[in-house]
Design a protein around this ligand. Sequence first.
Ligand SMILES: Cc1cc2nc3c(=O)[nH]c(=O)nc-3n(C[C@H](O)[C@H](O)[C@H](O)COP(=O)(O)OP(=O)(O)OC[C@H]3O[C@@H](n4cnc5c(N)ncnc54)[C@H](O)[C@@H]3O)c2cc1C
Length: 409
Amino acid sequence: MNRPAERFEVAVVGGGMVGATLALILARAGIRTVLLEERPPLREWPENTVDIRVSALTRASRIILDTLGAWAGIMERGAGPYRYMRVWDPACGGELYFDGADVGQDILGFIVENRVSVAALWSILEGLRDVSVVCPARVAGIHPVAGGSELLLDKGQTIFAELVVAADGAHSALRSMAAIEVKGWSYAQTALVATVETQTAHHETAYQRFLAEGPLAFLPLRNGMSSIVWTSSSQTTQRYLELPERTFVNELEVASGGILGSLALVSKRASFPLRLQYARSYFRGNVVLVGDAAHSVHPLAGQGANMGILDAAALAESVIAARDLSRPIAGFHTLRRYERWRKGDNLAMLMGMDGLHRLFVRPPPGFGFLRSLGMNLINRSDPIKNFFNRYAMGLRADLPRLAYGQKCW
Ligand SMILES: Cc1cc2nc3c(=O)[nH]c(=O)nc-3n(C[C@H](O)[C@H](O)[C@H](O)COP(=O)(O)OP(=O)(O)OC[C@H]3O[C@@H](n4cnc5c(N)ncnc54)[C@H](O)[C@@H]3O)c2cc1C
């Protein structure tokens, strides 16, 4: 005889940065939640090692994580602030320089290893009463039943939830199962990531140098090293991946323009093909999308995870408000409120990054000079520069309450 499905108000599928943030907010609000994750995350690692995947987290993300009680665990495990950002176009001499102090902040953000954020969130989640963490568990199917959906896990277990959240990344299986359409295109570009030691100290500065095929970023790590994100055509990146280490480092030094002196590779090289992708709708029935399942953005301004964390906070706030008003948490009004809140903001970011990509990587003929002129003009205009700076830091209107440090439960 089949065992009856265990019942929850919300099932969050995917325990990456976004799903784990959402599950934590819901649990803090006393909403009975299950977090389903296919791959057990790392909890500990040898000292002095660095995750090859890092994210620049904005002020808004930090405040959300802090209000949830997760930021202390991130700092304990280690995160490095960046105070300055230099973006330049060596071909035509354009340059932008950002300093947190210009917008009244001591820092622009933090560079956090992805494994650090996830471990900090999971360590809290696993001690909370209102959330069950089921891992490893892959959601293999979903079907509607009265009052919600049943999720079929790969090991045969069944879970019932009123609301199902797809936080399962850019290739979201849940999104396909719910038949939510996605639009987008490949950039025919691949980002190469690695960790390097640099001869010159980074001075808590994030560098981004725009090259003919795409940007090369150096993100300052807490231990003095830097994480690189080097975007090129997929063909060129494949060549960089296959080069012997010494030759690769030589090419990287040339591409960096010597900004951090000589370099030494201290990790393997990994690569991520880049796409712009967005879901036509953020929900269908009682299945709702957050994070990369809803949108994938070019990483040139380091916004993907930050957008997802805002999604998590906005969806949780909408669900908690519905619960408090005794309205259905998976009802049309609840999910539409979330969609209206986040979709426009996310699309604006997606298109903004796409525009920047086109401006730098595929400019119309003769446009390089104008582009650099524009960069230099913006650099000299405090109001315009500060507008971009504040936007990128997540300092804007209409954010979820958690982003202002206010609890939403
Ligand atoms: C090179 C590069 C650099 C980047 N830099 C930045 C940056 O500086 N700042 C920033 O904000 N963003 C950055 N991003 C984007 C950021 O990494 C992503 O936006 C973010 O990790 C998305 O988080 P997520 O939780 O939505 O998805 P994911 O991290 O993909 O997590 C999805 C989770 O779902 C699980 N899962 C999948 N399918 C199932 C299933 N069927 N059942 C159960 N579990 C499942 C997976 O195991 C995974 O743990 C960068 C991206 C790239 C490629």
